[in-house]
Every structure is written in structure tokens, then in C-alpha cells.
Design a protein around this ligand. Structure first.
Ligand code: SF4
Length: 279
């Protein structure tokens, strides 16, 4: 997409409304006065932004609907064909890009097509295959431990319950939610670095603990959108709402974001920062 197109498409929130969320809740606005009132009124839920709980839910769902329009193909960017492959790829993705993991996994999956073959893998050979993903000794430990437990306790099949998945070496709630949502169609919120950062920028939570973020953000949405929301947030974090200098001026959800202005607000400069394709 050229810059002009990117501005026109991604910045439509700003151009349509002429005002950002921050403008609309400026201290002199009725909403801000209501928010201030909410702070001292114990009958009104206190939210990170001072909105009423109802307003927060509405705004959060509005953002999600827009992200769904902007990123209609948001999906898990790790390549996999079955639950075991997704567990393996997700373990390898720690501190590594999905693109790099996808370069390694075809060889890995061909060499170890199931849990028993991975459990019996030669450690040196396994480490050599995955070395380019970084932290390869620790990841080899996780892969061997995970495969052995899958064989010993789950008859060679990756379990499909959270309480079982998190028992596997190298698998925490984040990985478990990726596997549940994408391999078993069980709704789950994946709180990675992008999801956590965007949730706080959106004012959906002020928690930094991933499990608390998962619970608080999950409570704003129906379960059926948890998995697609996870992908949409990660897509937006990789392509627009960067950790450093987010592209606010070309952001499609700027009008509902209380953090507008944390990054580049000039539409032309911001559009140049937008990433497309695999990020
Ligand atoms: S890019 Fe800026 S306006 Fe958009 S979500 Fe991130 S902080 Fe908010």
C-alpha cells in the first residue's frame, strides 16, 4: 500500500471524527466531568481511564470491531499442521520472530514428526536444528521435556485442557492459550508483549501481570472474540502501535485511544512507519 493509501485507509478514524479520544475526554468535557464524578462515587465502577464500566466496554468493543475490519486476515503467524507442531513452534518463538521460527520448523517437523520421535531426539542434533531461534539449550530442554511428558502422561497426544497444558515443560498460560485458541478452537486470550502494551495504551487495564491482563481484558469481551482479538492486537502492535514511537497519526483506532500522541502524530510521517505483510 502506498503512503497516500495508507493515510486514507488507516487514518480514517481521525479524519472522520476530527477529534481524538483524548480531546473528547479533556477536563472541560462532560465526559471528563462524569469521569471525575465516578472517581468519588463508589456506586460507579472505577476504570483505568475514569470512564464508567459501560463506557469502557463499549469503547473496547468499538476498537475491536475496527481492528477486525483493518486486519481481516489476522491469524497465528506460526506455521503448523497439528497441535504438537503448534506447541513446538510457540516454544521456539520465545525471544524470536515468527518468520525465523517458520524457517526452522519445516526441517524440525520432518525430522521429528510426532511426540515419540521428538522425545527420543539426540540433543545435539536437536540443538543444531533450532540454534538460529536463540536460547537453543533452554528451548531444547523444553521440547524434550514437553515431548516426554506428552508421551508419558497423555498417550502421545497434546492435551486440550488449560490445566494439563500448563503442566508441560516450556508451556505457560500464553503458550497454552495460543494452542487452545488455534489448534483446539477453545477461546483464549494470548497476552504477549504486544497484547499487554496495547491493552494498557487503550486503557483497558493498568495491570502488567499477564494473567491479570488476561482476566481484566477478557471481562470486556464475549468469549467468542478472545482468540481473534488476540491476533488483531498482535497484528496492530507489530504493524502500527509499536513499543517505541507508535504511528498514532496513521492509526485506525486513534479516535478511541487515550494514548494518542504517545508516538508520531503527523499523518505523513506516521504512515511511513506502518508495516505491511509479515512483521
Ligand atoms: S498507535 Fe497511538 S493512537 Fe494508535 S493505538 Fe497505539 S498509542 Fe493509540
Amino acid at each position: 500500500m502506498n503512503i497516500g493509501g495508507a493515510i486514507k485507509y488507516l487514518n480514517r478514524g481521525l479524519t472522520h471524527s476530527g477529534a481524538t479520544y483524548a480531546d473528547r475526554v479533556a477536563p472541560s468535557s462532560p465526559r471528563a466531568r462524569a469521569a471525575t464524578h465516578a472517581d468519588v462515587d463508589s456506586t460507579v465502577a472505577v476504570t483505568p481511564t475514569g470512564e464508567t464500566r459501560t463506557a469502557l466496554v463499549r469503547r473496547a468493543r468499538r476498537i475491536q470491531r475496527e481492528l477486525a475490519v483493518v486486519y481481516p486476515d489476522a491469524h497465528c503467524e506460526l506455521d503448523f499442521a497439528n497441535p504438537l507442531q503448534l506447541v513446538i513452534a510457540t516454544i521456539l518463538s520465545a525471544q524470536c520472530t515468527d518468520v525465523r521460527v517458520n524457517q526452522v520448523t519445516p526441517i524440525l517437523f520432518a525430522r521429528y514428526p510426532d511426540a515419540p520421535s521428538l522425545a527420543a531426539a539426540d540433543r545435539a542434533e536437536l540443538e543444531a536444528i533450532i540454534s538460529s531461534t536463540g536460547f537453543f539449550r533452554m528451548k531444547a530442554n523444553s521440547l524434550l521435556g514437553m515431548a516426554n511428558m506428552v508421551c508419558d502422561r497423555f498417550h502421545g497426544e497434546v492435551p486440550h485442557r488449560m490445566k494439563d497444558l500448563v503442566q508441560l515443560p516450556g508451556v505457560g498460560r500464553k503458550t497454552a492459550n495460543v494452542v487452545l485458541g488455534n489448534a483446539f478452537d477453545v477461546p483464549g486470550i494470548t497476552v504477549d508483549t504486544h497484547f499487554g502494551r496495547l491493552s494498557r495504551r487503550f486503557g483497558w487495564t493498568d495491570e502488567t501481570d499477564p494473567e491479570k491482563v488476561e482476566v481484566e481484558v477478557g471481562s470486556l469481551f464475549p468469549r467468542k472474540v478472545w482468540t481473534p482479538l488476540s491476533h488483531q492486537m498482535i497484528f496492530h502492535g507489530r504493524r502500527c502501535c509499536f513499543s517505541q514511537r507508535p504511528a498514532c497519526g496513521a492509526c485506525p483506532v486513534a479516535r478511541w485511544c487515550p494514548s494518542f500522541g504517545e508516538g508520531i502524530t503527523d499523518p505523513v510521517l506516521a504512515a511511513k512507519k506502518i508495516k505491511t505483510g509479515s512483521a
